[in-house]
Write a protein that binds this ligand. Structure first.
Ligand SMILES: NC(=O)C1=CN([C@@H]2O[C@H](COP(=O)(O)OP(=O)(O)OC[C@H]3O[C@@H](n4cnc5c(N)ncnc54)[C@H](OP(=O)(O)O)[C@@H]3O)[C@@H](O)[C@H]2O)C=CC1
Ligand SMILES: O=CC(=O)O
Length: 325
């Protein structure tokens, strides 16, 4: 008998067909109130779940006694209680690697957009406020040659370092759990303590996961270490930053600008003070959002799920302790 899979993310026809070959599929297209009620109805029969952007906590998963595997269409796994999943031997998989380059492109787009004031000045043109040649009040700051500071030197951090070093001649400094000799050699990068990095980098880029250790890692004290010309970029998770402290740092001129793809609460409220500031470029958690990459992520998630349901170890197993060899 085929296993029951609940999808809470729509897939391409090709991937739907692949899944239908192996499983009975229930598709929940929207996670609105109606969709969530349908999800709760489907959970008691589910062997596998596939989707993203939903906090799957114990209260919800207790409705699914036969659940064997969850395939997250994301690399970040902060929406899951990993200890709970491991205890229940539910295999959690994610989609690393396939989104690394695209997310680093987004990071660099934010670096360029904030430093060169692209959104603010493009809006000036669009709104008919471009009436004379630009003067210093509208000048931006250079990107090439400036110091790129990366917090979390993993896959995406490394792809950002590659762009900065080879593309823009930027000295790279970084902070991570531990030094990365191979990265240092490839990009002439130098390890710094968190405090040193915050004091020395022109661009401070967050590329680490949200965990109990990184939640609110950057707050009032950390912004106080940055310089008035520093530009802060967050493509990791909103909760790694104290958003009120960030808002205050921007207001007080402690930092020059911020490029933000992620927020404490998503979607970002329209009345967020961040949206009142010309020196903030806010994007809608679009790090991996290209046609090619989202399809590659979905394919990766489908293969992970099908492997798990077939009793094989998924290629991107997150909670390895849940695997019984
Ligand atoms: N904006 C978007 O759309 C996207 C956001 N993301 C976010 O980016 C994150 C990173 O992805 P990826 O690069 O693939 O992940 P990796 O696991 O490859 O890299 C994360 C790095 O963060 C470092 N790190 C973790 N905790 C700490 C800490 N407490 N202090 C210092 N360094 C730490 C790790 O260091 P070490 O190696 O030394 O242990 C690791 O190298 C994801 O978890 C996700 O939240 C990802 C994709 C898209
Ligand atoms: O935020 C996106 C992810 O893949 O994680």
């Amino acid at each position: 008998m085929k296993k029951q899979v609940v999808l809470y993310k729509k897939l391409s026809p090709l991937l739907m067909a692949r899944l239908h070959e192996q499983a009975e599929v229930t598709l929940i297209e929207n996670l609105d109130a109606d969709g969530l009620a349908r999800l709760r109805d489907a959970l008691p029969r589910a062997h596998g779940l596939l989707g993203a952007s939903l906090k799957l906590d114990a209260e919800l998963l207790d409705l699914a006694p036969d659940l064997e595997a969850i395939a997250s269409v994301s690399v970040g796994v902060d929406n899951y209680d990993i200890d709970y999943l491991t205890e229940r031997r539910i295999l959690l998989s994610n989609t690393p690697d396939v989104l690394t380059e695209t997310t680093a492109d987004t990071g660099f787009a934010l670096i360029l957009a904030t430093a060169r004031r692209v959104v603010e000045l493009a809006n000036m043109v669009r709104e008919g406020r471009w009436q004379r040649n630009l003067g210093p009040a509208h000048f931006g700051s250079d990107v090439h040659g400036k110091t790129l500071g990366i917090i979390g030197m993993g896959r995406i951090g490394e792809a950002l370092a590659q762009r900065g070093h080879f593309g823009f001649g930027m000295p790279v400094i970084y902070h991570s759990h531990s030094p990365k000799p191979a990265v240092e050699q490839r990009f002439n990068a130098q390890y710094r303590s968190l405090g040193e990095l915050l004091q020395q980098a022109d661009f401070i880029c967050l590329t680490l996961p949200l965990t109990a250790q990184t939640e609110r890692l950057i707050g009032t004290e950390e912004f106080a270490l940055m310089r008035p010309q520093s530009i802060f970029i967050n493509i990791s998770r909103g909760k790694v930053v104290d958003e009120a402290a960030l808002t205050e740092a921007l207001r007080a001129g402690q930092i020059r600008a911020a490029g933000l793809d992620v927020f404490e609460r998503e979607p970002l409220d329209l009345d967020s003070p961040l949206l009142q500031m010309d020196n903030v470029v806010a994007t809608p958690h679009m790090g991996s959002a290209t046609h090619e990459t989202r399809e590659a992520m979905a394919r990766c998630a489908v293969e992970n799920l099908l492997a798990a349901l077939a009793g094989e170890r998924p290629a991107n197993l997150v909670n390895v302790r849940a695997w019984k060899a």
